[in-house]
Design a protein around this ligand. Sequence first.
Ligand code: ZN
Length: 416
Amino acid sequence: MLRTLSFFLALLGLGLSEKVTFENHKVYRLLPETQEQVDLLHKMEDSVGFSFWKGPSYVNKSVDLMVTPSNLAEFTELMTLNGLKYEVYVDNVQRLIDTENPKTRSSSKDGSISLNEYHTLDEIYSYVEYLAKNYKEVEVVDAGRTSEGRVIKGVKISYQEGNPGIFIEAGIHAREWITPATALYLLDQLLNSTDKNIRALAEKHDWYIFPSFNPDGYVYTHSKNRMWRKTRSHKNTFCAGADANRNWDFKWMSGGASNYPCAETYAGSSAFSEPETKSMAKYIKSVGNKLFAYISFHSYSQLLMFPYGHTSAHLDNYNEELSIGKKTIEALRQRYGTKYVTGNIAETIYVASGSSSDWVKANLKLPVVFTYEFRDTGKYGFLLPADQIIPNGEEILDSLLAMFQEASRLGYPNSA
Ligand SMILES: [Zn+2]
């Protein structure tokens, strides 16, 4: 058994204690042009040595795949045999990891934080406590526990209790570091901006902002494996964790999720098998009647999507969400020219079931539910350099202003 275990660990590039290196791991962009090629890529999702940065969906939709040096020969053979076109997007993943954060990190004694670098979970949580200490509008929310026993901490900002609520979730996928960083940027702006539009947005709503829905995974991306996506539960033999955004109890395992425990999109042993999703669902429900909007942050691909992911059918208030989506991405583009695409999840990216946004839409019937996939379109992928945190944050805030303006024009929330 031990031998099998270490064999698999070796395959996964995991020593028992040291940090995983991604030296000479490459990311390829592939373009499947037939359904057979799409099917082949789906099969590769369940095999060791290949890690999808952007999974397969439809014919003529590109796919990003990270390949280890030891799997390179097999990869090129598979591509050639099946006539799949590919090009290198990232030549050496480790080089991007090494240059992602500034060389000199700032240090803080009081818990305040610099917004143009990526932070550890401890730093994020100290910042959250710092905000609660320094702003009377801020309250720290303890919304649950992870499988390793960490607290899932959020921030509630309320200038006037009873304002229509907006919930923002970041970091459900551990390696998408730009998402917690952007949540921190928003917290700062909602509390400190002097721009009158931002002030009005901040003060007219109650904000529930969670920088990390997956603290165990996030810690693991710092301590062991920068490219970790899932939770860190240990329910099966050798592959830890489940995809926390395939684990929610709405149309669970009905497409775009895997029942293979080692796959990046493993849906878990059952719906809400992960303590993170189970406790967050409970918390979200407990404040559900105060909310009209739920926003989840992901990276990358520059998309703004709305439910549903399990079907491409145009359900609920599809037309209104599309109208809000269009206004939102138009506003987002103004500042830096960053182009997003909007549409429902299944049509815009791929079929994916068991996501938090589908669950929220179906259970709480909120009119405004969106999922962002932030910068970029693949040059850096999950390893967006820290000097893009603030520009990304600025354009996202521009877009949120437009989102809630258009929502309001459509009568959401009804009480406003
Ligand atoms: Zn994600």
